[in-house]
Design a protein around this ligand. Structure first.
Ligand SMILES: Cc1cc2nc3c(=O)[nH]c(=O)nc-3n(C[C@H](O)[C@H](O)[C@H](O)COP(=O)(O)OP(=O)(O)OC[C@H]3O[C@@H](n4cnc5c(N)ncnc54)[C@H](O)[C@@H]3O)c2cc1C
Length: 328
């Protein structure tokens, strides 16, 4: 069996590992303490926040089929949220999300889905790969302690494009195809309130403000009942304010959220901020994954398609199909 190293155990790396596990010997590496990447959550008792991905859709049959076992087991459930759009402070329109057109979330938190997907895979967590070296017909990986992490026949980068650029050998033929892909940041503010805020929505898409999204995490299935609000900045605002300190960002986003919520706003008793450097990318044209058969290198990730969980799946499953065909 071919030995394959996948660097990055977000949804694209995990999907690829899952789809290739019967045809290759797979080892995944991730610098995080838990698999899942941007499918993340933060616990600060009694509050729980999905501060990255808010929900995901399965618009294609292939993704729905892939999700089905976890939907059946309850690790993924629809979030039947009271959804509204708020434009320039005015509540535009709203509707309740239904199970017929599911907006999925991990249960009991967003990271539960990648954790379930990771079961049975060989994943080296807390391992930041900082160097990839070609050794005749194999690849050697090194982590940030200088330790060698094994020799592999194939190497797959499954991470945001800027991180691929940092790590990949610049003389690699695929390197040229990474130019001009810019992922945008997002600042995620987490607020915990002592008493419930009685709002006319569970999730709000905001327009005409520095923030693009507010969600009440406790309204997702099987969450703690403590009033936990997630506020996302727009990608553009985060880009323009990248040099602002955390406390300045918290102050501005909190003010913007309080303006949306209006007179029922209470001061939060808990606040924290996550600054996602590589959150989102506009829809892309071109191949869904990149591979070089001669160099035995491949790349997958949402950014080859668009900044969505389903895109991460599509990129990885396209790559899995290509590799399985080649190895047959
Ligand atoms: C704030 C925010 C909100 C979002 N909301 C939604 C939403 O509501 N719906 C939706 O569909 N999508 C949403 N997205 C996008 C979604 O998160 C991504 O499309 C998807 O999770 C991408 O998965 P991925 O595996 O391609 O990348 P990632 O999840 O980024 O995974 C990459 C992994 O690589 C690891 N890594 C990177 N460099 C190294 C290294 N050198 N060594 C080892 N490991 C490394 C990282 O730790 C990470 O785990 C959101 C993203 C953010 C940040």
């Amino acid at each position: 069996m071919k030995r394959v190293a996948i660097i990055g155990a977000g949804l694209s790396g995990l999907t690829l590992g899952h789809l290739l596990q019967d045809v290759a010997q797979i080892t995944l590496f991730d610098k995080g303490r838990s698999p899942g990447g941007r499918l993340a959550y933060r616990r600060a008792h009694p509050y729980v926040f999905d501060h990255g991905v808010q929900f995901f859709r399965a618009k294609t049959e292939a993704f729905q089929k892939f999700l089905d076992p976890w939907v059946r087991s309850g690790v993924i459930q629809p979030w039947c949220s009271r959804f509204v759009e708020i434009n320039q402070g005015i509540l535009d329109h709203g509707h309740d999300w239904s199970e017929l057109l599911p907006h999925y979330v991990g249960v009991p938190h967003m990271n539960a889905f990648p954790r379930a997907l990771a079961k049975g895979l060989d994943i080296r967590l807390g391992t930041r790969i900082i160097e990839v070296q070609s050794m005749s017909s194999q690849w050697a990986l090194y982590d940030d302690s200088g330790a060698e992490c094994g020799l592999y026949d194939w190497i797959v980068y499954a991470m945001p494009v800027a991180q691929v650029i940092d790590l990949m050998n610049h003389s690699s033929r695929l390197f040229k195809q990474l130019e001009g892909r810019q992922m945008k940041p997002c600042d995620a503010l987490m607020l915990g309130f002592e008493a419930p805020l009685v709002l006319p929505f569970d999730a709000a898409l905001i327009k005409g403000a520095p923030i693009s999204w507010i969600s009440m995490n406790q309204t997702k299935p099987e969450r703690s009942s403590a009033c936990s609000m997630v506020v996302h900045s727009t990608n553009q605002w985060a880009l323009e304010h990248a040099k602002f300190s955390n406390s300045e960002v918290i102050k501005i986003l909190k003010q913007a959220a309080s303006e949306v919520v209006g007179s029922i706003w209470e001061q939060p008793v808990y606040e924290d901020l996550q600054r996602w450097r590589y959150a989102n990318i506009a829809p892309q044209k071109g191949q869904q994954a990149l591979l070089d058969l001669e160099e035995r290198v491949a790349i997958c990730g949402d950014w080859l398609i668009q900044g969505r969980v389903e895109a991460a799946f599509q990129s990885a499953s396209y790559l899995a199909d290509q590799l399985i065909q080649q190895w047959a």
